[in-house]
Design a protein around this ligand. Structure first.
Ligand SMILES: [Ca+2]
Ligand SMILES: [Ca+2]
Length: 619
């Protein structure tokens, strides 16, 4: 690991060293020369130019001076056979022993994240984190009275926790985590200003505390205070023998407000790409690690129509219009992987995983705006939902593979929206499975309250509590057609008790296979031909996620034509459910092989957490 990074560092240093005239410069543009940085090359580029980037680590934010033109984009490519990584980090040197195995070094300014040989370290905290980021080690916290909560806290002097920051998740609701400042402490009581964050008012929860040097007491922890970075190395070694870096720059590329720029084949580490107000820009073949690595996310529900590049937890900021991210892998983010807003942007054939470590309102893909396409992506491992599409209208969410959501929160959809008039947003041909949240509220496709006008068809949903949830009021104008909905509790669940709120005018349910019951609050006249609970659909092997129909299934050729959504079918009529007998199942998810997901072969891979993390208490 260390060797790999060191080799890259040497490569870059060789490229820029004065006097080494035989070493290739890091970037070149045909007809314009070679440059000491990509940024210098970018400043010289004109429409139609291609910048060739040499292998190695590049520590800069690249900002072209001008836009490309239609058919004559600015292109950034990597030299053939080389690996180039733009990193948002800067190395830390000048380490001295602080005490015991803790070292200190001067680091001015804010520290967004600390990496050792490419692996993220943990801000010093109580209780200690443990090795599994998806198994938050936290203490019980309980409401005492306004401004006070009590917890299982260690013996510390009065007001020791003044200035600390607490991350907490409510136990009963457990929707989203949030953070807030502690203003004082007495014994096992924490004091804070005001009534506290949303999760607190509901009673008990779990949390951890950061912001105190005194809690730097284990391997892999760091603390930054008064311009000094303190670090206990993961192997208790001297940090000067390793590549220790701090996150400094939010963006690897700043394409905001530019048009017709294409970036291909780069690695990006501890930084995102800013496409705020961009048009017709393209990112392809990228390998991105930690597009957002800071642990400063306040949390709570904070995503709405105003999502923009300045929102907390934004990863790759895909704003503007007509931009595309494709064939890329984005992994590890305390916030979003890709944050989509603006209009008519596309995310296609990407793998986005292990995001929203903060358990906030973020997701592998967070999406709001008009007319976006989210197609053939594989999204998995998320603190909450894997796809949030709140306020997405006229959108298209098709042929994705979505799995392993709810690793740390409860009452969530693997896809989630609320208060959204989709104006025809289509959610179709997706495979959706494994919500690890607690039931009830452990949902596959969640159209939460006041959501209207979505077309949900040909999705296969399993290993969830409720395959779909549609919460009134005004759950109107939806078409739910040809889905295979297998949840342990319900095919379609619904909450709210007031009957008069259940306005589902114009919503229709047809050709679905409901393995379990659907909510009795769905008006009977909205429910057409479906295969209901109690009739065996004869799936090939549903225990292993194979929902194709066996010959003789009562779902075969017993559906209605629902133009245009039933599309091409085999036999004399459409089948019920998502997978038409006699036709090949559609392609879903990204086709990037797992062997090609890595940024660099030996860089951080989080342990595979595609299993329940809190099995004893969650499901
Ligand atoms: Ca600690
Ligand atoms: Ca058929």
């Amino acid at each position: 690991m260390k060797t790999q990074l060191a080799a890259l560092t040497v490569t870059l240093i060789a490229g820029v060293s004065v006097g080494q005239t035989d070493a290739p410069l890091p970037a070149s543009v045909a007809g314009r020369g070679a440059f000491r940085t990509i940024g210098e090359a970018a400043a010289a580029m004109r429409p139609g130019d291609t910048c060739v980037i040499r292998g190695g680590l590049h520590r800069e934010t690249v900002r072209p001076a001008v836009s490309g033109e239609p058919g004559r984009p600015l292109r950034f490519v990597v030299a053939p056979g080389e690996k180039a990584v733009i990193t948002g980090t800067e190395p830390v040197t000048g380490w001295k022993v602080y005490r015991d195995r803790i070292f200190r070094a001067e680091v001015a300014g804010a520290v967004g994240g600390v990496f050792v040989n490419g692996t993220a370290m943990t801000r010093a905290r109580y209780p200690n984190a443990g090795s599994n980021v998806w198994a938050v080690n936290a203490v019980a916290l309980k409401f005492a009275t306004n401004g006070v909560m009590v917890g299982e806290l260690p013996d510390r002097e009065t007001n020791y926790w003044n200035g600390a920051r607490i991350w907490g998740l409510n136990e009963r609701q457990g929707w989203v985590a949030s953070t807030f400042a502690v203003t004082g402490s007495v014994a096992n009581s924490l004091l804070f200003a005001g009534k506290g964050p949303p999760w607190y008012g509901g009673g008990s929860g779990r949390g951890f505390l950061t912001g105190k040097l005194g809690e730097l007491d284990s391997e892999g922890e760091w603390h930054h205070e008064d311009g000094i970075l303190y670090l206990w190395m993961p192997d208790s070694s001297d940090p000067s023998t390793a590549a220790v870096e701090v996150a400094r720059r939010q963006w690897a590329f700043d394409l905001s407000g530019l048009t017709n720029v294409a970036v291909s084949g780069m690695g990006i580490f501890a930084a995102g790409v800013n496409m705020d107000r961009s048009e017709s820009c393209l990112l392809e073949g990228l390998r991105v690690r930690w597009p957002y690595c800071r642990d400063d996310i306040v949390g709570g529900f904070n995503r709405n129509q105003t999502l923009g590049a300045a929102s907390e937890g934004v990863g790759i900021a895909l704003g503007g219009s007509g931009n595309t991210v494709r064939d890329s892998v984005v992994a590890y983010s305390t916030g979003d992987g890709i944050s989509v807003y603006g209009a008519s942007n596309t995310v296609e054939n990407c793998v986005v995983h292990d995001c929203n470590l903060s358990v906030s309102d973020c997701a592998p893909i967070g999406c709001t705006g008009v007319g976006h396409t989210i197609r053939r992506n594989t999204l998995f491992n998320a603190g909450r939902s894997v796809l949030v599409h709140r306020y997405l209208v006229e959108g298209s969410i098709v042929s994705n593979h979505l799995h392993h959501a709810g690793l740390l929160s409860n009452d969530l959809g693997m896809t989630y929206t609320y208060q959204t008039d989709g104006r025809g947003t289509v959610i179709a041909y997706n495979y959706i499975h494994h919500n690890l949240g607690r039931t009830p509220g452990c949902v596959g496709i969640y159209l939460d309250d006041s959501t209207k006008n979505h077309v949900v068809h040909h999705n296969v949903v399993w290993e969830v509590g409720e395959a779909m949830a549609m919460n009134p009021p005004n759950s109107t104008g939806h078409l739910v057609c040809n889905n295979t909905l297998d949840g342990s509790l319900a095919a379609i669940g619904m909450w709210w008790q007031k009957q008069e709120w259940h306005n589902m005018a114009g919503s229709r349910f047809v050709n679905n296979i409901f393995v379990k019951h659907i909510s009795q609050k769905i008006p009977p006249d909205a429910v057409g031909t479906n295969l209901f609970k109690g009739t065996d659909a004869m799936f090939a092997d549903s225990a292993n996620g194979d929902y194709r129909l066996k010959p003789g299934s009562p779902a075969i050729d017993t559906g209605d034509v629902v133009a245009p959504w039933t599309g091409t079918f085999a036999g004399k009529a459409p089948d019920m459910g998502a997978l038409e007998s006699g036709m090949e199942p559609w392609r879903h998810g990204s086709d990037i092989p797992e062997s090609e997901w890595m940024l660099l072969p030996e860089w951080q891979v989080l342990p595979d957490h595609r299993g329940p993390c809190f099995s004893a208490e969650k499901r």
